[in-house]
Write a protein that binds this ligand. Structure first.
Ligand code: IPM
Length: 358
């Protein structure tokens, strides 16, 4: 298969981890005779430093022509402290989501057997966790009207029925292929937008009689996710609740450096780790590249390259089993760098039966 992949490493640790994902994709292309081409483009603080804006036209054009976008991370503390700033690195990411209408963000949360003791939660609580979070990504409070003055500020959370319907169908279909349980997370006891979510999702549920639908308030879900994560199969939720819940879920997995995501629209798709730029760790070789590498696996799944994606995941599993991980997870070795993890998974793809730590 030929794939044209736009690579947007972004800020902080983004370039280091994305380089490992590209390395792994190149190994897959070699092994399976695919032709993957990679075109780099600027986004975020690095784009602001170079061009003054977080999402340059050239980046939009490269992404528009690509089959898929591989995204790194975004943000820099130097832009965090001015509350009235109107141009921010994050607008690069939000602009991509909006421009390409990437309305469905899928975030798998899996408690790996080999990492159960890395979580600060009890093993018996988290063992077996396997959740898919469907987060609405192109609307809601992130994109509603905003006003800011020194005395008053507001962000509007608005949803249209059609925006809820399109992601809800995808979430129900995902549940059909899993444990057939869908949990809608909202705040319908307080928010009108949540009441629309509940109405629409309940209506759609009748088209998926084999899926059990549960509705849960966000405050309760935040607690249930920690005390009994195994009760969840697919979680469907709006933009901001999904942001918060998925970051919370990283506590189950053991490190936020393991959580990958796919952001899917009708024509475009972007793949990115859920972690941020982690600026303090930039160029120290300590950033965990697994979330980026697993995002590359989701990219391959998106194009039906299931064996290829599975091989990457096997490589990741083996790296975890052998403790070939960055310091966020490692207590056994203290010298495993970001690129060493990438090299290991690349070697595994080249030679799955013989890869060991050397
Ligand atoms: C994420 C991030 C982004 C978000 C930020 C960087 C704008 O937290 O992808 O989860 O809030 O969506």
């Amino acid at each position: 298969m030929k794939l044209n992949i736009a690579v947007l490493p972004g800020d902080g640790i983004g370039p280091e981890v994305t380089a490992q994902a590209v390395k792994v994709l190149k190994a897959i292309a070699m092994e399976y005779n695919h032709v993957f081409t990679f075109n780099n483009a600027l986004v975020g603080a690095s784009a602001m430093d170079a061009t003054g804006i977080p999402l340059p036209e050239e980046t939009i054009s490269i992404c528009d022509k690509a089959d898929a976008i591989l995204f790194g991370a975004i943000g820099h503390p130097k832009y965090d402290d001015d509350p009235s700033a109107t141009v921010r690195p994050e607008q690069g990411l939000l602009g991509l989501r909006k421009t390409f209408d990437l309305y469905t963000n899928i975030r798998p949360v899996i408690a790996y057997e080999d990492l159960l003791n890395k979580s600060s939660l009890k093993i018996k609580q988290i063992k077996g966790t396997n959740i898919l979070i469907y987060r609405e990504l192109a609307s809601g409070i992130y994109f509603g009207e905003k006003n800011f003055s020194n005395d008053e500020a507001s962000d509007v959370c608005a949803y249209k029925r059609t925006e809820i319907e399109r992601i809800a169908h995808l979430a129900f279909k995902a549940a059909q292929g899993r444990k057939r349980k869908l949990t809608l997370v909202d705040k319908a006891n307080v928010l009108a937008s949540s009441r629309l979510w509940r109405t629409v999702v309940n209506e759609i549920a009748s088209e998926y009689p084999d899926v059990t639908l549960d509705c849960m308030y966000i405050d309760n879900a935040a607690m249930e996710l920690i005390i009994n994560p195994c009760q969840f199969d697919v979680i469907l939720t709006e933009n901001m609740f999904g942001d918060i819940l998925s970051e919370e879920a990283s506590v189950i997995v053991g490190s936020i450096g393991l959580l990958a995501s796919a952001s899917i629209g009708n024509k475009h798709a972007m793949f990115e780790p859920i972690h941020g730029a982690y600026t303090k760790a930039t160029n120290k070789g300590i950033a965990n590249p697994i979330a980026s590498i697993l995002s590359a696996a989701m990219l391959l799944d998106h194009f039906g390259l299931y064996d290829e994606a599975a091989l990457i995941r096997e490589g990741v599993d083996k790296s975890l089993k052998l403790h070939i991980t960055t310091p966020d997870l490692n207590t056994k070795y203290d010298n495993i760098s970001t690129s060493k993890v990438g090299d290991f998974i690349e070697d595994f793809i080249n030679n799955p039966d013989e890869t060991n730590l050397n």
